[in-house]
Design a protein around this ligand. Structure first.
Ligand code: ZN
Length: 181
């Protein structure tokens, strides 16, 4: 991301304000707030509002939001982009000592990537009963012969993380009847 303010387009005004977490308490809610703010950025670009950051030793080493539309790439989910960034940043594809914060429970692809990257911990906001693969719809981590298990917890800032997605899809449904449910 280049940090430039996106050009607003009609109908895309995001009604959600960014959160302003205290810098003094760097807990799960702090890092999830940063992920939520990336979801707001995604909405402003007319992307599905999902954001992710990766933390290591108290520092953010990756930050991304969903970019499927802009990239024209169905794999450009926030988690995938953040995992790639993190591996580049630390020069190692093994992310054992990292925590991924993502506003929505990872889909099958992204949950798979958390296993392949050996992420130490995954914290998500809203648990997705339809596509979530860390326990919401199913759990990839329950594969019996898996030799890496990710420590996953959900429900951090669940309200705002869920509301921004619901509001976005409600708007899209109103504008385009072919939008995904
Ligand atoms: Zn995904």
């Amino acid at each position: 991301m280049d940090g430039d303010a996106p050009t607003p387009r009609p109908g895309l005004t995001c009604p959600f304000d960014k959160l302003r977490p205290s810098q003094l308490v760097r807990d799960d809610a702090f890092f999830m707030s940063l992920a939520f703010n990336l979801a707001v950025d995604a909405w402003r670009l007319d992307e599905v509002p999902i954001g992710a950051v990766i933390e290591r030793g108290g520092e953010i080493i990756a930050a991304a939001h969903n970019e499927v539309e802009r990239a024209g790439d169905p794999t450009a989910h926030a988690e995938m982009l953040a995992i790639t960034q993190a591996a580049r940043k630390i020069g190692d594809w093994r992310l054992n000592d990292c925590t991924l914060y993502v506003t929505k429970e990872p889909c099958p692809m992204c949950a798979g990537a958390t296993i392949m990257s050996r992420l130490g911990r995954v914290v998500y906001g809203w648990g997705d009963p339809k596509m979530g693969c860390l326990g919401g719809a199913t759990s990839l981590h329950s594969l019996p012969k898996l030799n890496h298990r990710v420590n996953a917890i959900g429900g951090i800032l669940e309200g705002p993380c869920k509301e921004i997605l619901q509001a976005y899809f409600n708007l899209k449904r109103g504008r385009d009847s072919s939008a995904p449910a």
